[in-house]
Design a protein around this ligand. Structure first.
Ligand code: VG1
Ligand code: CO
Length: 541
């Protein structure tokens, strides 16, 4: 087997964002583009033992996996473990890395972004703890992409990814595994499947929208086969390379069919959806949407009802823009609350250090120390376990939660595909005046403080700056402004709005009404309309 060194030239734009390198497929199809990035990963990581590879099945997944396997062989890996058909959900990949004590893994996904020849692709490296590489590592990968001049590859026939079993590429073993089995077993070890099965057998109904993305096979195995939910519980369960032409993004815009079903006359008891790579979750009870921030708070407050968490939680972590609902739960439980920048890579150190058990983001991501990624199906199962244990509806649980902790009204407004200079004008303009905002009144609301969020990781002392502009008001309300780090077209401005209403207050308002004064304040502060010409956000979640 000959190893070839192929000469290449650097691309200037391979800086990983919030979650790996995401670009249009056409960008990835440029000569050596994917190979450059993969070689840069191999050049900066230590260890050449096991490499796990899997993706969400989107367009270009198989092609990149073929290259990655041949490059892994040339770079001296002992073994590649790959999901059948090249499929592994992001949390399943994280689990396999941990289970096999692998050196790390390549996860091929652009998550909730659409797929297809004109859409998005992505590559992310996860380390031996199963979690996304830390900023230190992604910075090193990026630095390497800027100077790379060769990559290593072996010539090999097309590798069969569809037959479970072991083959070889040169000296390296290639092991094709069932994509679902290990993950489903893990779930069964965490939750009270007998109680959930009994609840479903007793007439509890549910609906899971896999959005033609990676969770279809996982949800079918777990919900329908292992938990006995009726056939058809999992909708859009066959993963498609282009997700059926949709955005596999579980929010009220893209999962509106599920939403309408849950609000209709014949709504099941429980509805959920996940995203392209299976790490997000949308939870809707009959007649009631659960905001992801509330979901994190409810899961944290009730996690002890599931076997894996019966001893209680060590702590809770949430990304900064996520609502402070979880903070009140942490306070009540007497445990730590950690506020990190956006993106799962910041939770890894806290989980590894045993400081937190549950983490979450407002962007429909929740997870725990069972893996090092957020996990959509896990969140669904924890909800089901809680419902089976409390024997109440989602609406009752949420209402009781608010009655006890108060309610954090919350919404995120996204302005997508903005010209970069206009998005920079909004954020830059606000950043320039941040220092002068404390004490000022905007739209009847008094600003208590304002800053550009930085995060000091207390486990490794790494500092991450410029993680979002925060404006905090006297009454506990907040507005956060930040630019997305996952988009592939122009810039996306995210405006996060939060208002706290204490227990005993007005807990039943429509979210839009509750947040109206803050929405107006955001406009007054940042001048979004003036700078961008946009009259309203593209997506409200
Ligand atoms: C978004 C979300 C963030 C999430 C990230 C990756 O990032 O806001 O919370 O961790 O996507 O999720 P950004 O930088 O666009 O705001 V996924 O499911 O796309 O891997
Ligand atoms: Co995702």
């Amino acid at each position: 087997m000959t190893i070839r060194d192929v000469a290449t030239r650097p691309y200037a734009d391979q800086k990983p964002g919030t979650s790996g390198l995401r670009k249009k497929v056409r960008v990835f199809q440029q000569e050596n583009y994917a190979a450059n990035f993969i070689q840069s990963v191999f050049d900066v990581i230590d260890g050449r033992d096991i490499l796990v590879i899997g993706g969400d099945g989107r367009y270009f997944n198989r092609e990149v996996i073929q290259i990655a396997i041949r490059m892994a062989a040339a770079n001296g890996f002992a073994r590649v473990v790959v999901g059948r058909g090249g499929i592994l959900s992001t949390p399943a990949a994280s689990h396999v890395i941990r289970l096999r004590k692998a050196t790390g893994g390549l996860i091929l996904s652009a998550s909730h972004n659409p797929g297809g020849p004109d859409e998005d692709f992505g590559i992310k490296y996860n380390g031996t703890n199963g979690g996304p590489a830390t900023e230190k590592v992604t910075d090193a990968i990026y630095a390497r992409t800027k100077e790379i001049d060769r990559y290593r590859v072996v010539d090999a026939d097309e590798i069969d990814l569809d037959t479970i079993g072991e083959t070889h590429v040169g000296d390296m073993a290639v092991e094709v595994i069932d994509s679902v089995a290990d993950y489903a077993d893990l779930m069964e070890s965490l939750f009270d499947f007998a109680a959930i099965r009994a609840m479903i057998a007793g007439g509890f109904t549910l609906s899971f929208d896999a959005m033609h993305a990676v969770t279809g096979p996982y949800a079918t195995e777990i919900l329908e086969r292992r938990l006995g939910a009726a056939a058809g519980t999992v909708q859009n369960g066959v993963p498609l390379r282009d997700f059926g032409g949709h955005h596999p993004d579980p929010n009220l815009v893209h999962a509106h069919e599920l939403y309408e079903r849950m609000m209709g006359e014949a709504a099941p008891d429980f509805g959920a959806a996940s995203d392209g790579d299976g790490d997000r979750n949308l939870i809707i009870g009959r007649g009631i949407f659960v905001s992801p921030s509330d979901s994190l708070a409810v899961l944290a407050a009730n996690a002890h009802l599931a076997p894996a968490y019966s001893a209680g939680l060590a702590g809770i972590a949430r990304s900064m823009p996520t609502s402070q609902a979880a903070d009140r739960v942490a306070e009540a439980l007497g445990i730590g609350l950690f506020e990190t920048p956006t993106g799962w890579k910041f939770f890894g150190n806290l989980l590894d250090a045993g400081l937190v058990t549950i983490c979450g983001e407002e962007s429909a991501g929740t997870g725990s120390n069972h893996v090092r990624e957020k996990d959509g199906v896990w969140a669904v199962l924890l909800w089901l376990n809680i419902l089976a244990s409390r024997k109440q509806s989602v609406a009752e649980i949420l209402t009781e939660h608010w009655a006890r902790f108060g309610r954090n009204y919350y919404a995120r407004h996204d302005y997508e595909a903005l010209p970069v200079d206009k998005a920079d004008a909004v954020v830059g303009g606000l950043r320039d005046k941040l220092d002068r905002l404390a004490g000022i009144e905007v739209n009847g609301l008094r600003i208590a403080s304002a800053d550009d969020f930085s995060y000091l990781d207390q486990t490794d002392q790494s500092l991450s700056r410029h993680q979002g502009l925060r404006v905090l008001f006297d009454d506990g309300s907040r507005i956060v402004f930040r630019l997305s780090g996952t988009g592939t077209e122009g810039a996306t401005l995210r405006v996060y709005l939060e208002r706290y209403e204490p227990a005993g207050g007005d807990l039943g308002l429509a979210v839009g009404d509750a947040l109206k004064p803050l929405i107006d304040a955001a406009e007054a502060l940042a001048g979004i309309k003036v700078h961008t010409g946009r009259e309203r956000p593209d997506v409200i979640t």
